[in-house]
Ligand binder design. Sequence first.
Ligand code: XIL
Length: 518
Amino acid sequence: MKKWAALFLVLCLTAGACALAEGGAKRSFSFSSSEKKEAESLTSYLSDFSGGTDGWYPRSAGSASLQVTQDGLTIVGRESTWNSPGRDFPLEAGKKYTLSVDVLQDAVDQAKFMISVAHSKNGTESYENLANGTAKKGEWTTLSCTWTPGVFDNYVLYVETSGNGTIDFTIRNFSVELNELRYDASLPSLKEVYAKYFPVGAAVTQGEALDQKRMDIYAAQFAIFTPGNELKPDSVLDIAASRKLAQDDPTAVAVHFDAAKPMLDYCKEKGLAVHGHVLVWHSQTPDVFFREGYNATGKFVSREVMLGRLDNYVRLIMAYMQENYPGLIVSWDVVNEAIDDSTGNLRQSNWTKVVGDDFVERAFEIARKYAPEGTKLYYNDYNTPMAPKTDGICALLERLVAEGNIDGYGFQSHFAVGNPGLSKIRQAMERIEAMGLRLRVSELDITIKANDEPNLRSQAIRYENLFSLYLEHAASLDAVQLWGVSDDLSWLAPQYPLLFDARMQPKPAFWSVVELAK
Ligand code: XIL
């Protein structure tokens, strides 16, 4: 039963991690040093079955059998729902693992699948269902979950159907990842290697901010942080309290900062800068903010009342920050994503409906009124280099420049590897610079289709090309900020867009960005 472990122990004995190529396809396995000794617990496992059954066997009391096919590992001849492809895994109790598998069935309109585990203790077997999913006929479907094993003598992970009897099905890309940070403190630091060009920063969410160990790693790498969600209107507005206040004054607003506090406190304590995101946005903003009495059934308030609410909202935020975190927030996204992608005109939203087409200008006027002196104010948007959006963004920026309340443009930069082209990005940057505006790359991430070597390499090249463009324009860049740090916690996690993997190991892109600065 432990034959596979012995095989990989031999293969991996001298290296902490090894990639083994079989039949042209790559599968990677990595072991920590203690695991080298006993191969007892696993940190990372992935199989696409291109090299065979890889230790998987049919769990069956009868005729079920496994076949390695072009698609993956297929089970046929099942006689009951628990008949399944299964494999022994050396897991450690109390550790957190991420499990994932793709399933395919061609037998019925839809079938429910589960990743389950059979474990035994002193000879008594017990079971848990860990991940669920429904696979439509002919469509690959991913099941995934995180799971922390209890104390058992052994663990068999398997993929079974739930209530769909005995259909044949196929699995591929079965993966098990230990969710443990394995950060190497001797890594070069992004913020240090780029210190003479621009601050490098990242977005963090509340969950990350509450994890001190993780934040200490982030702080070693980044100089400025943005709350990923926690200063958006849906986090900041206290609707119940606003509703009460509105009985006396329809423009009254109540706010709170419960979600943002952990990251603000951390940054204050460590002397790190914060960029605020975002005061005005059509998204993540409660509809009742725009309605009479803050009631879902209320009519939209008048333009005057809404501008009054916005004035109060921004005033209260700035006052709270000034009182509790003076000097911490160096800049704000005042308005986010006001331009429509397909027309380049203003996006229709509650803001245009209730305030009107000058809501962006009014928001900047209010933000300037209350922001502490020296706070930089940005308009922030995505798809900047895409026609007709570039024209629309620039037209809006021109109006804002004319009113004198804007400092710069936040170039979100959610990109794919091949799109948009570098020259288009350069042109858009130059056009905005020519208006006399500062730039900040505010939400950089680069998606890839798979977490494999060729994609990671293309991603590294793309990051390198972008950072060399940023170096060319360093004089007009206030910051280059990534939209997250580790792939697993990204809003685009399935597309592995960031510089660190789930265990905080640097990816090829990290190295290409670091090497470029050196
Ligand atoms: C994203 C967050 O990362 C997600 O957690 C949330 O569910 C949706 O918003 N442009 C922006 C950011 O300005 O606020 C968005 O953040 C990503 C796109």
